[in-house]
Design a protein around this ligand. Sequence first.
Ligand code: ADP
Length: 267
Amino acid sequence: LLDALADMGALAIERVRLVEDLDRAERAAETDRLRQALLTSISHDLRTPLASVLGAASTLRDLESALPADAKAELLATIIEESERLNRFIANLLDMTRLEAGAVAPNLSAQDVAETVDTALRRTQKILAAHRVAVEVEPDLPALALDPVLFEQVLVNLLDNAAKYAPEGSTVTLQVRRADDRVRIAVLDEGDGLPEADVERVFDKFYRVRKGDRVRAGTGLGLAISRGFVEAMGGTVTAGNRRDRSGACFTISLPVPARTAPKDIAA
Ligand code: ADP
């Protein structure tokens, strides 16, 4: 009986190993597919702007004397715009790599959310110049444990998206509210919103609802990075569509730190 049991045990172990091997092979194949897709996407995002820069620069060099001034100005504008696109993409790639390597260590300190929100709004003033901006910040919000650099970058990303994906003249709303032991920061716009089925996918690396959308410059990395940064600070960020009208709504939720030294007990 003991021998039979031992045999059955060995068989069971063998089966588990086989299943594990299969799982591993499947996972490896999936990782390979993902890596391939990433590589294709990265090389496309690097090569397309680079090709535009090269094209414009070569035209300028070869036809310099024959080109009218406005054509030259247009070529120069292309070179600058496309170089900026490349710059943004590389900065995003570096942020993403740092996040994935676990190398983003937030420098948390007590921050006044209202002030940080103001700074982000100042930084996006130009981008949002063609939109109306409504700011609704609840008074007397508690200080939050934030890395102001990371937090600002997330807000700038969300505001930048609102400016890009909602029509000029529409209103972008920034709300900051306390909800129990959390503070919620929401960016709402009046654009077309997100396809309901893809609401979670917008946080995937390189995901863009309209593939190859070059009118609205983007890398498909902004939201992936934003989520990484918010989570590194102990918060969450979610995407959805507005219920009151058409438009997207992105909500950052951050915990209110436990009060260790309430100022009203002092003295
Ligand atoms: P991108 O660089 O393409 O803007 P993001 O990661 O910031 O990359 O966003 C991913 C995709 O999510 C965008 O390409 C766009 O399709 C969609 N998206 C993001 N924000 C909004 C928004 N406010 N309204 C509609 N779609 C949005």
